[in-house]
Design a protein around this ligand. Sequence first.
Ligand code: ADP
Ligand code: MG
Length: 378
Amino acid sequence: MGDPVPPPRALVAVLGGGQLGRMLGLAGIPLGLRFRFLDPSAGAPAAAVGHLVVGRFDDPAALEELAAAANIVTYEWEGVPAATAHHLATRVPVYPSARSLAVSQDRLAEKELCRSLSIPTAPFVAVEHDRVADELARVGAPAILKTRSGGYDGKGQVRISSVAGAADAGTALAGQGPLLLEAEVDFVRELSVLACRGHDGEVVVYPVVVNEHAGGILRRSRPGVVADDVEAAASAIAGRLVEALDHVGVMCVELFETRAGELLVNELAPRVHNSGHWTIEGAATSQFEQHLRAILGLPLGDTRLVAPCAMVNCVATLPDRAAILRVPGARLHDYEKAPRAGRKVGHVTIVAPDHDTLDARLARVDAAMRARPPLAVS
Ligand SMILES: Nc1ncnc2c1ncn2[C@@H]1O[C@H](COP(=O)(O)OP(=O)(O)O)[C@@H](O)[C@H]1O
Ligand SMILES: [Mg+2]
């Protein structure tokens, strides 16, 4: 199917109705776009910004309702079955393409793509659950055993500290589909970089983000603080990956920075990403608007940072709203999700005139977050 010609009031159908869908809607409504979402949950956060079709991603009737009269289909979750994307693509343009989806929903395919482009990753090997001990020597210990598909927020992963634990790790993930064994990287920092590619092949890249995780879950992201050479190397990697995939839309590349200063690709997301939420207030064009511009064939926007900024996730519970709003430059994003251990229920972006002021404001936001302790992870 050819490039979409965006009518002024395009209807965008989104597979997934979580917070990413909600923020796509919040970004697209000012552009005159309308939204329809498909999600298995009747309480999906995107219902606030468009029509929510409640159904499974493989339910033909639900897909029919989602796609009816839609101008374009996109997704906010890469777990969507490939067959669903192919089915929808026979009648409505689907961006990013089924190939971007297929590669980024399989950790092995992601790493093989990197290998084919000579982009470094941690040593890895595909493995059967009952062969983990035999294969461990190929990547070395400590290692991480991961499900190839379906994992998020550190789920579907088991750390293996020595060969003694290898068999148990395999047993723990038995029955969860094909597995990937990779060496644990002794990284100094985790980085991510968002690139966006348009139909015409134009690529824009956002400032590199430093990410801090706890318990496998992203806690904090801060753009614009890495050295220029790291910035250039990460941007080049992201640019090469979106080009190799003919990707259209936003793509996030997660990276490890090693002690030797090398960048290793960890994983890809063929969509807007949590580590890009700061772009709503902190970049000239938010990642959500950028993604919509790209898939609709509109001109791409400026990715520059408008001021020092950072984003903090609200995990399990939201902080006291007033305590956050008292911090100058702080913005609260409440996804209207029920509190639950380990669940992202909102985020706070803090913008400041300089990095020292940003640090002081971040400390106040952290204090407000601590005042409402997260639920224990069960
Ligand atoms: N090979 C690795 N070496 C060191 N840490 C890792 C490795 N793989 C994952 N991690 C840690 O676990 C986190 C989550 O893993 P990741 O592969 O990004 O899966 P997901 O984000 O889909 O749950 C990473 O951000 C990183 O902190
Ligand atoms: Mg990750």
